[in-house]
Unconditional design. Structure first.
Length: 420
């Protein structure tokens, strides 16, 4: 066995074992607290709603077992099972140009990996979401969304893919730096066009019509020094009963979006507090910080790929024979499909960074709106979205981008007392 093969298998087993262990802990912890609403929420959330959230979270987590094993099986087939060798040989009989051959190889691999996940997504939508009263989609809408996503992937992703492969083929040893510049430009353009060109393909966005709510929001935005291209309501209820709010876009294309499900559930002061939280992300420069971090990590990964693609042991250790004409496309595929096995244990760092931003945005909302209103809004959203109030602490530390409900509410209550 190649040394790198052993390292890869050890990393894969460790990652899979950790994910299974965390999911099992999560389910057991939630079930152990299923029959009692936490004291700090007992006046607002009924036992029935608490148990619904527990059962919903456990059902989704159990489905995660299936996803885990499917991902590992597909990964093993593509690498040590010879799948990439087979696909590379198949496309070599059709295309002699390395860029065209590489694009065909990557597209077919991505399609294969995506197809494996469709049944899991279908089951999640039409069994679990349906069972707990969240799903509003029809099978026709589900597959129409898949078709739209596929078309968008081709229209937006194909130029990027061909450009990356061209840079890898023709720019010498420092190709990774030029590829990084192209990647940054692509993402900035995507951020700019998403609100007005991409999001409306999937949902309908209408200007906020409620005059009193609009006035309150505009006053808050002026107070916070935030300028946007408009306030919009998204027809989230077409697909789900889950509610949310966010701001999106870049530069002059920034816009604030409310799910119609959120507007129907919260009162004006609570909506204002939720918006103040979202504006907190803007004022504390969280979006810029995350973009900068993402670009920094992508530079590191591309540099690492540039190093590894020159090493025969990288290909051979992952089941790709050097004699089968390793190409930039194969190196690119290998790197990005095996990378999660090596980076999973670093995920708590990313989650911690995200939770820090959420606390900072809550603090901003408490200063510019009301911590009490934000607390009420969050509790309503926890109930409406069936978010568990009792996640396993370790599972939360690994996965959760937002603080656990008890921690977040306790922090907001402390801010409310301090601001009183």
């Amino acid at each position: 066995m190649q040394p790198f093969t052993a390292i890869f298998l050890a990393a894969l087993i460790l990652t899979l074992g950790t994910r299974i262990w965390l999911a099992t802990r999560h389910i057991r912890h939630i079930q152990a607290h299923r029959d009692r609403v936490p004291t700090e929420f007992s006046s607002q959330i009924t036992l029935e709603a608490h148990q619904k959230a527990a059962d919903y979270t456990c059902a989704r987590t159990r489905l995660g077992y299936v996803s885990m094993f499917l991902e590992v099986i597909v990964l093993m087939i593509l690498t040590l099972g010879g799948g990439l060798n087979l696909l590379a040989g198949l496309w070599s009989s059709w295309f002699s140009d390395p860029i065209t051959h590489g694009a065909a190889l990557i597209i077919s691999t991505v399609l294969l990996m995506s197809a494996v996940g469709i049944p899991v997504s279908y089951y999640r939508t039409f069994v679990i979401e349906e069972q707990f009263g969240f799903n509003k989609m029809t099978p026709q809408m589900f597959f129409l969304d898949l078709a739209k996503q596929g078309i968008l992937a081709v229209l937006l992703g194909m130029p990027l893919l061909l450009g990356m492969l061209w840079l890898m083929e023709g720019m010498g040893a420092n190709w990774w730096f030029y590829a990084w510049l192209a990647w940054m430009a692509f993402n900035i353009i995507l951020l700019a066009i998403f609100p007005t060109w991409i999001a409306p393909i999937f949902n309908k966005f209408t200007p906020l019509a409620d005059p009193s709510l609009k006035t309150r929001i505009e006053q808050l935005m002026r107070k916070c020094g935030f300028k946007s291209s408009g306030l919009f309501v998204m027809d989230g209820s077409r697909r789900s009963n889950h509610g949310n709010a966010y701001f999106t876009g870049f530069g002059k294309t920034k816009r604030i979006v409310f799910f119609d499900t959120l507007l129907s559930r919260l009162d004006i002061s609570e909506i204002e507090a939720v918006l103040a939280h979202e504006l907190g992300h803007f004022k504390r420069h969280h979006v810029i910080k995350r973009i900068a971090l993402s670009f920094s990590m992508s530079l590191l990964f591309l540099w690492g790929l540039g190093y590894l693609m020159q090493k025969n042991w990288f290909y051979e250790g992952l089941g790709v024979s050097v004699s089968s004409v390793p190409s930039p496309a194969i190196a690119l595929l290998l790197f990005f499909i095996v990378m999660p096995a090596f980076t999973f244990l670093f995920q708590p760092v990313s989650s911690l960074y995200s939770r820090k931003h959420e606390f900072e945005a809550d603090e901003y909302a408490a200063r510019n709106a009301s911590a009490t209103d934000l607390t009420r809004a969050l509790v309503k959203l926890y109930q409406d979205n069936a978010s568990t109030l009792t996640p396993d602490p370790l599972h939360s530390a690994f996965y959760d981008s937002h603080p656990p409900a008890a921690q977040r509410v306790a922090r907001l209550q402390s801010l409310a007392r301090n601001n009183a």
